[in-house]
Design a protein around this ligand. Structure first.
Ligand code: GUN
Length: 301
């Protein structure tokens, strides 16, 4: 008789709340000991709705963690040079422990140039090539928030990773590449055999059906269907796309990259959208700010 899979929902909202609670306790200890509150700044260029929501949620998380936060709002038509001047100012502002530049930036701005202008010792996103390089060879440093949030979930739920075949869908600098790199490390969570698939991959279904763990980060709603998934797989859905739906109060709904309704019953664990990886990205960003403060204090960055 076929073994019945009992699917467990990975509750990112709950885990993220616990992480923020622990950070808040740590921050109160620091403040009691005479340290200043860690200070996160966020640079928001333009008025893109999703970016504004992300930044607002980061500010709310800062409040919950006892951090100070500042949002630097800049106009959509700001020149690259003026943005770089703002970056330079933040690099030299000793009251700021770390900052993010919310992406994407308007098309006339070279995103990579901006990321490389951020002082890597304040790069709370972990996007600077120095931090990417340190991560890829396993040195201490800041890990990108979403991949680190995914690892925190695997850890929290005690999901075995050593020797497992992890298939990553997507090769972005923010999720696909770094999560593949982290899961390759000889550590827990990690020590996986990793396959990275992308838009030019041939025979995708054959590969995804071999995945013990599948991490999907392609931004293509409902892309992963039940026939692409092995029985008992762990599915981590990073996708979160606003899909127009006039019957919803906001005129849109959020959809993941995985057809949750049909895939869930085949999995051992699965993340919902929303409420899975999203809240962990922000909790992980908060942890990075604390880590930046510690690394700087101990002269390790
Ligand atoms: N845009 C989408 N995700 C992210 C993120 O994690 N950090 C920044 N800075 N921008 C983003």
């Amino acid at each position: 008789m076929a073994r019945r899979i009992v699917m467990k929902l990975i509750d990112g909202k709950k885990v993220a709340k616990e992480v923020r609670g622990k950070i808040a306790e740590e921050v109160e200890r620091m403040v009691q000991a005479g340290e200043s509150r860690p200070h996160l700044a966020a640079v928001l260029v333009g008025t893109d709705g999703a970016s504004r929501t992300y930044v607002k949620n980061k500010v709310l998380a800062c409040e919950e963690c006892g951090f100070r936060s500042t949002v630097v709002r800049l106009p959509e038509d700001i020149s690259e040079r003026d943005l770089l001047t703002e970056i330079d100012r933040l690099n030299h502002d000793d009251t700021v422990d770390g900052y993010i530049v919310q992406l994407p930036l308007p098309a006339h701005i070279d995103e990579q140039r901006v990321v490389e202008a951020i002082d890597y010792r304040k790069d709370v996103d972990g996007f600077h090539p120095m931090n990417v390089g340190r991560m890829s060879i396993g040195l201490p440093g800041i890990r990108p928030a979403t991949p680190q949030g995914i690892l925190m979930l695997l850890d929290y739920y005690g999901i075995e990773t050593a020797g497992k075949h992890c298939v990553v869908l997507g090769r972005s600098n923010i999720v696909g590449r770094p999560v593949a790199s982290l899961l390759l490390h000889k550590s827990f969570p990690g020590n996986c055999t990793v396959t990275v698939c992308h838009s030019a991959t041939k025979g995708l279904k054959k590969i995804t059906r071999l995945a013990d763990i599948m991490i999907v980060a392609i931004g293509s709603p409902l892309f992963v269907t039940a026939d692409m998934v092995k029985e008992g797989a762990v599915i981590i859905d990073v996708g979160i796309t606003r899909v127009v739906n006039d019957s919803k109060p906001r005129g849109y709904e959020l959809q993941g990259d995985v057809d949750f309704e049909n895939v869930a019953s085949k999995c051992s664990y699965i993340t919902p959208v929303p409420g899975g990886v999203g809240p962990m990205t922000i909790a992980s960003l908060m942890r990075n700010l604390l880590e930046l403060r510690r690394l700087r204090k101990e002269n390790k960055l």
